[in-house]
Design a protein around this ligand. Structure first.
Ligand SMILES: [Zn+2]
Length: 228
């Protein structure tokens, strides 16, 4: 089974992709991870990508697609989960072509639906212990003793630079403008399942498993009608 996880940054796609990797023996393809790995491995594509990223420019679609093709041709696992790709209609079309050329299909697209305001609150409130990494939140989980880490007693805390309201809102805006049109694109292919991305991790995972279990029947019917 090949699937795409769609949702804004911070919706928990990476966490759910990891869980699916284990539960369904799938290989998780995160383009960020793949780019970093290719750069580290010093492959031809990696060298090209490295140069582009050093300039601070966006890695072109073609290069990302080639990287995905290279990874898929290596095989392994019972299928692939895409996390953070595709982000645009052009990338989705390229991914469809890539699968078609290999006699494979993208089976399901799971959309993690989130409430923008709740997501901003969730992400912008995050901070962590600088020493042991224990996670905290301004609203949901403050240290029991103010300024002292529950886990290790350290008094130093850090916030990720991009975990602030302004950055989160900018990422949400880009998601709504560029990535959300993909939902309709895939809905026309009959592949979309939406889940409530605001529920806790285990509940979201359950909902995704139920969606995939129910979705495979519908998908099998559709595939029979569509040659190639
Ligand atoms: Zn700590």
């Amino acid at each position: 089974m090949n699937l795409v996880l769609l949702g804004p940054p911070g919706a928990g796609k990476g966490t759910q992709a990891k869980l699916l990797e284990d539960s369904r023996s799938l290989v998780k393809l995160s383009t960020g991870d793949m780019l970093r790995a290719a750069v580290a491995a010093g492959t031809e594509l990696g060298r090209k990508a490295g140069e582009i990223m050093e300039r601070g420019a966006l890695v072109p679609d073609e290069l990302v697609i080639n990287l995905i093709a290279e990874r898929i041709d290596q095989g392994g696992g019972k299928g692939y989960i895409f996390d953070g790709f595709p982000r645009t209609i052009a990338q989705a079309e390229a991914l469809d072509t890539l699968f078609k050329q290999r006699g494979k299909t993208l089976d399901r697209v799971v959309v993690m639906e989130v409430d923008d305001e709740a997501l901003v609150e969730r992400i912008a409130g995050r901070f962590a212990c600088a020493k042991c990494g224990e996670g905290y939140h301004d609203l949901y989980k403050l240290p029991k003793v103010e300024g002292v880490c529950d886990a290790c007693g350290s008094t130093e805390f850090v916030r990720r630079k991009d975990d602030n309201e302004e950055t989160v809102r900018a990422r949400l805006k880009a998601y709504h403008a560029q990535t959300e049109p993909l939902i309709d694109y895939y809905r026309r292919q009959g592949k979309v399942n939406a889940v409530d991305g605001m529920a806790d991790i285990a509940a979201v995972a359950d909902e995704i498993e139920r969606a995939l279990a129910g979705g495979s029947v519908k998908e099998a019917k559709k595939r029979a009608k569509t040659p190639g």
